[in-house]
Design a protein around this ligand. Structure first.
Ligand code: NAG
Ligand code: NAG
Ligand code: NAG
Ligand code: NAG
Ligand code: NAG
Ligand code: NAG
Ligand code: CA
Length: 525
């Protein structure tokens, strides 16, 4: 309870009145007008919103029930973990509960009875939302802190992971890294991933239960020891590459690699005193809304920014429809103290002389035509205002002019069409015989073979004759004695008759033929 109050007070101190409103109505001589500012949600305890996953399966103690001892008194093994008894169970959600009445509740693993096989556990914490750390991450271990562990983070909902900080009682031995302290970091190496020995040494299990990922100490490099100069930190956030990303995450993962040993070597005769137990994980952070929202709330089970400045998306990372006259930009902490809101601009409003519907953010003046024109139109657009589609693309009728999908590729069939362009409704110009929006089909009476060709034969009008059969509309397969496109001719007719014709000739004519040759022989003699 006290722990939570202290955290709460620290949040307030850290955020007092800076970048907390997105707009305000100010009065001018011309009447009241809106002014817009960079804004960000207040830090929250993200503990309640995290989804916890513990690996491997079966690492949580209690099935089957198991006795465990403590490091201080390994011979007093009266405690029991039993998953089937609510009073003796230690499920993962006890790492994020509110602990009413000050009662400490904790997740606990099986004991290290399989020693020397390592006792390994992964705890993934995910939010499905980009968050920015605003204070120290604090993990509270009961019964001693691990002697080796790694904190990792993901910025893409767990697809890729990166080490955030290494923890060991001997960094060189465990990770081959020299031990460092966050206090020793400077502005030049504040985003360095270090190994620290500060939270892994044995101090008695009740003296210091916490393992920290130090955010405050890193902030104080820029903002001073009491964070009195936050403007300087925010200025650095804008100018220093990678600084903001360093504090940004969607998921965290704890890889527990070796439990607390109570300050000595592993005592094989009593392995029931080695295990992990975590009572609380505190993650003070704010929703990352790209300085376009001052509120963040749970909607449909997920944290979501309440976007202002005509932006939209889970992180306010896009312009709303109809507000894409300029490309989207994050708000900026500069100039302090109010920052810049970098609003999205309504399509159709004039932006200087030139509007590009959000498909370009560069214009150029063409001297001899005396016009201003958009340069390098994106999203397959072209034209002075990026208002047309490139050749080979056509206008998406259901999209606004400032929509990224305003131009659709024609995709004309290369063989069936005359060229790769299409008309305004997406129809390609077809070669003779082909049809369809992309000229990918053949007209009736045509067959497809690297293009459309008129049928040679079919089952209705162009029938193969004398018992021939039509093969894929391309040719008649004729009986051996016939030829012609439709098998309409005999192979041998009139004067061309010779040996090949014998099968066709009747035996009578064959006889006459033989007689005639004999006669010729006789006359020659
Ligand atoms: C923890 O996660 C890492 C990285 O995905 C994996 O290599 C390792 O096997 C996991 N450990 C356990 C105990 O599941
Ligand atoms: C993550 O958040 C997005 C946006 O709110 C939502 O569409 C998606 O379904 C969420 N995924 C999960 C696994 O909750
Ligand atoms: C960071 O830089 C400071 C001085 O600039 C140096 O003393 C310190 O060792 C460096 N830390 C790391 C982790 O490189
Ligand atoms: C957003 O658009 C609405 C009109 O739909 C306008 O009233 C409002 O002032 C705009 N806000 C900003 C920050 O431009
Ligand atoms: C046309 O635009 C609408 C609205 O943006 C979009 O949902 C749709 O996917 C687009 N169609 C194509 C084929 O890109
Ligand atoms: C595009 O071509 C198709 C097919 O030739 C035709 O039906 C349609 O009317 C044409 N559309 C326009 C806008 O010319
Ligand atoms: Ca707890």
């Amino acid at each position: 309870m006290l722990r939570q109050v202290v955290f709460f007070l620290r949040f307030i101190a850290l955020t007092l009145g800076q970048y907390d409103i997105c707009k305000s109505l100010v009065s001018t001589d011309d009447g009241p007008i809106w002014e817009f500012y960079a804004c960000q949600p207040k830090p929250m305890s993200m503990r309640e919103y995290m989804k916890i996953k513990v690996e491997p399966a079966g690492i949580t103690c209690g099935s089957p029930p198991e006795r465990f001892c403590t490091l201080e008194n390994p011979y007093l093994c009266s405690d029991e973990c039993d998953a089937s008894n609510p009073d003796l169970a230690h499920p993962p959600q006890l790492m994020q509960d509110r602990e009413p009445f000050g009662l400490i509740t904790y997740w606990q693993t099986i004991t290290w009875s399989r020693y020397p096989e390592p006792l390994l556990a992964n705890i993934s914490l995910s939010w499905n939302k980009s968050l920015e750390l605003t204070d120290d991450v604090q993990i509270t271990f009961e019964y001693g802190r691990p002697t080796v562990m790694v904190l990792e983070k993901s910025m893409d909902n767990g697809r890729t992971w990166h080490p955030y900080q290494y923890y060991a009682d001997d960094c060189l031995d465990a990770f081959g890294m020299p031990p460092k302290r966050v206090q020793d970091l400077s502005a030049a190496n504040v985003t360095r991933v270090i190994c620290t020995e500060q939270y892994s040494r044995w101090v008695g299990s009740k003296n210091d239960k916490n393992v920290l990922f130090e955010v405050r100490t890193r902030f104080s490099i820029f903002a001073g020891p009491r964070l009195q100069n936050m403007d300087n930190l925010y200025t650095r956030m804008e100018s220093m590459k990678g600084l903001r990303d360093f504090f940004t995450f969607t998921s965290l993962r704890l890889r527990l690699l070796r439990p607390s040993l109570g300050g000595t070597y592993v005592q094989r005769e009593n392995l029931h005193k080695y295990f992990y137990a975590i009572s609380n994980i505190e993650v003070p952070a704010r929703c990352k809304c790209n300085l376009h929202a001052s509120q963040c709330a749970v909607r449909d089970g997920n944290l979501q920014c309440d976007c202002e400045h005509n932006t939209t998306g889970q992180d306010c990372g896009r312009c709303k429809r109809g507000f894409r006259a300029k490309s989207w930009r994050a708000g900026s902490y500069l100039p302090t103290p109010r920052g810049s809101s970098n609003n999205c601009v309504a399509a159709g409003s004039t932006l200087g002389n030139c509007e590009c519907y959000g498909h370009s953010n560069r214009c150029s003046y063409i001297d001899f035509l005396n016009i201003v024109t958009c340069v390098s139109c994106k999203h397959n657009t072209r034209g002075q205002n990026c208002q047309h589609c490139r050749l080979g693309y056509f206008r998406n009728a259901s999209a606004e002019l400032d929509d990224e999908s305003v131009c659709i590729e024609c995709n004309c069939n290369q063989i069936g069409s005359v060229h790769d362009r299409c008309n305004e409704t997406g129809y390609c110009q077809c070669k003779e015989g082909s049809t369809g929006q992309r000229c990918e089909d053949c007209l009736p009476g045509h067959y497809w073979k690297q293009g459309c060709f008129p049928n040679v034969c079919d089952d209705e009008l162009l029938l193969c004759q004398n018992g021939g059969t039509c093969h894929e509309n391309q040719r008649c397969i004729c009986p051996p004695e016939l030829r012609g496109v439709l098998c309409e001719q005999p192979r041998c007719d009139g004067e061309d008759c010779d040996a090949a014709c014998t099968s066709y000739l009747t035996s009578v004519t064959l006889l006459l033929c033989l007689l005639a040759t004999q006669l010729l022989k006789l006359t020659a003699c």
